[in-house]
Design a protein around this ligand. Structure first.
Ligand SMILES: [Fe+2]
Length: 254
């Protein structure tokens, strides 16, 4: 159980939660894989319901779920993603879950992304047209700065998913600072703080938090088995670190 006085010190105008279920004060989750059979996320409606139920119980009111989109691994079309959303909304209504769901996507910046950008066939979220992007694990794309610039000149706001997980930035922390200075928002995975992706990723995540460089927090949850790991974040020390960030999640509440 979280300490009530802790919350009153942390967020003076916010009513202190009386249950751990209220812990996720950011209320909007912007990164997950909860549409069955589109990617490596949940594989059936029951798994989606299990995940959404727990997120709602932790205080998440709205989920913007983000299927992978890439040419080679997950060639999901915008139509297929929107159809998946409609099916998920039906499931939520049937189960009377106290949560709303919208959809965007997590776009891999592969060689085919520039064509997609040119056609404008992109799913975004929020009034700022936030565009969730990820880069390859072995190296960032060539001319990343140029791609980010083109994204912005077309009226989108790039949001780099889990910057702490890219090991090629672990010894070059300044690179992420520079990306942020050029207008790219940074989205931390909350499981990174639990050691789920290894100690070096956790260290980078904590560095970014101490620099107050995190614009969004996201679950990036794929399966119900992630829930046990995610619960470990819900401790006062880590929640305080998150509360100190210039988080934009709550700006997305309808
Ligand atoms: Fe993801």
């Amino acid at each position: 159980m979280l300490n009530k006085r802790f919350w009153q010190r942390l967020i003076p105008n916010r009513k202190a939660p009386t249950r751990q279920s209220d812990a996720c004060f950011w209320q909007v989750d912007i990164h997950s894989h909860l549409i069955p059979n589109l990617d490596d996320g949940v594989s059936d409606p029951d798994e989606a319901v299990t995940c959404l139920k727990q997120l709602a119980d932790w205080g998440i009111r709205k989920v913007i779920t983000t299927p992978h989109v890439s040419r080679d691994w997950y060639p999901n079309t915008t139509t297929a993603i929107q159809e998946g959303l409609a099916a998920l909304q039906t499931i939520i209504a049937e189960h009377e879950l106290p949560i709303t769901v919208d959809v965007a996507a997590e776009y891999l910046l592969d060689d085919f992304f520039p064509d997609r950008l040119n056609t404008g066939d992109l799913l975004t979220f929020g009034a700022q047209r936030y565009l969730l992007i990820e880069t390859g694990w072995s190296a960032p794309p060539l001319h990343l700065d140029d791609i980010l610039f083109r994204i912005q000149t077309r009226g989108y706001t790039p949001v780099l998913a889990h910057p702490e997980r890219y090991k090629y930035y672990h010894d070059n922390k300044q690179a992420l600072t520079q990306l942020r200075e050029t207008g790219c928002r940074l989205q931390l995975n909350w499981m990174s703080l639990t050691g789920r992706y290894g100690s070096s990723v956790e260290k980078q995540a904590r560095h970014l938090l101490h620099e107050h460089s995190i614009d969004f927090i996201g679950s990036d949850m794929h399966k119900p088995s992630d829930l046990n790991t995610m619960e470990r974040l819900l401790n006062p020390t880590d929640l305080k670190l998150i509360a100190e960030q210039p988080l934009l999640n709550q700006s997305l509440i309808d």
